[in-house]
Design a protein around this ligand. Structure first.
Ligand code: GDP
Length: 348
């Protein structure tokens, strides 16, 4: 049996020595703060998680592949400094029957080391193609060391917490939440109301999937999809941000259905919630198969942005108003999801 330590995998982005690479990751060709393209960082993370998982899975099943099932919340602890390299230290934290939790610590070496984020990916090992694909049973790891045992516990806790949160989604609002929503609706009935309506703060895009984006045979690279979803969400958030919205957290990303070559994708993003300097944007990706026979939600993401000035000081954003049942539900879901992130108080 391997230990988690023996599954370690590191990827380095050489921003200090590779000018072309650095330029590819820049938001602007100017020396601004927080100049790293966060969407592209997510794309790299997904690839790193896949490689870390695959090198384990392929020891036992050389033909198997891994797919991303979910990405747990990612809180951005510090913005990336473009004058330092970025290290992605990945390791398997826990192995279930056919799923693996990959932990990735993103940091920048230097004194002191700069911690960018800690990320947790749930990957699933699959074998076979198309309809024939099945999950494969994986041998477990030997969690010998104290920290490895702790990480297993944390991985299981993350899973339970997510299930609890999902169960909560179906729950009616609490008294306090109900009053919050009632207040938002009452404001819209006031004469002269000129607040921002959530229903109008949307952006959408269409895209066709080409072989260029292919990852595992016939499927499309998940990292590419979340980058696109993030970039559109960022554009969407600019409709409410008076200053500059930058990534504060990824609340959650779920992959429901694989995207295939030839699919047409419809990305829809909407501002669902704001609070102080924070803006939550929901992004959904719907896939339409080439023969138009299948239409399915392939991916859903919730991103939190923080509105900042040039020195990265947080600046307030206006309130957004949900106007119907669906918007209320999304508002509440983001409100609940953000409470923990904001309470953590460690976001950028
Ligand atoms: P933790 O998960 O609460 O211990 O938070 P950390 O920020 O320390 O680490 C995040 C994840 O990155 C861990 O769960 C590990 O899977 C992985 N990781 C942490 N440190 C290292 C390291 O030194 N090398 C490698 N390869 N992976 C690491």
């Amino acid at each position: 049996m391997l230990t988690p330590f023996e599954t370690s995998f590191t990827k380095v982005l050489n921003l200090t020595s590779d000018e072309a690479l650095k330029r590819r990751f820049m938001v602007l060709d100017e020396p601004i703060q927080a100049n790293m393209r966060f969407g592209l960082l997510l794309e790299v993370l997904d690839k790193v998680a896949e490689e870390a998982a695959l090198s384990y899975v392929n020891r036992f099943y050389p033909e198997a592949r891994v797919v991303t099932a979910a990405i747990d919340n990612i809180v951005v602890r510090n913005v990336t400094d473009m004058s330092r390299d970025v290290h992605f230290n990945a390791r398997i934290n826990q192995v279930g029957r056919s799923s693996l939790e990959i932990g990735i610590r993103v940091e920048q070496p230097g004194v002191p080391v700069r911690h960018i984020a800690s990320c947790y990916f749930t990957m699933v090992a699959r074998s076979g193609m198309g309809e024939e694909a099945v999950s494969v049973a994986l041998p477990g790891l030997d969690y010998a060391e104290g920290i490895e045992k702790q990480r297993v516990e944390k991985a299981l806790k993350r899973r339970t917490e997510y299930k609890q949160q999902q169960a909560l989604l179906g729950e009616p609002p609490s008294q306090e939440e109900f009053e919050m929503l009632t207040g938002l609706h009452a404001a819209q009935d006031e004469p002269g109301f000129n607040g921002l309506l959530a229903g109008q703060l949307t952006a959408d895009a269409w895209e066709r999937m080409y072989p260029e984006q292919e990852n595992v045979p016939k499927k499309i690279f998940g990292g590419y999809l979340i980058r696109r979803a993030y970039e559109l969400s960022s554009i969407c958030s600019e409709q409410v941000a008076p200053n500059r919205p930058i990534a504060a957290a990824v609340n959650r990303i779920n992959f429901f259905y694989p995207v295939r070559m030839g699919d047409t994708l419809h990305y829809t993003t909407r501002v669902v919630y704001t609070n102080g300097s924070f803006i939550c944007v929901e992004a959904n990706i719907e896939r339409i198969s080439r023969d138009k026979a299948t239409k399915a939600l392939s991916n859903s993401c919730l991103f939190t942005f923080v509105n900042v000035d040039e020195e990265l000081n947080r600046q307030p954003v206006p309130v957004v108003y949900p106007a119907n049942y669906g918007e209320d539900a999304r508002y509440l879901m983001a409100h609940r999801s953000c409470q923990t992130l904001i309470e953590d108080g460690e976001a950028v």
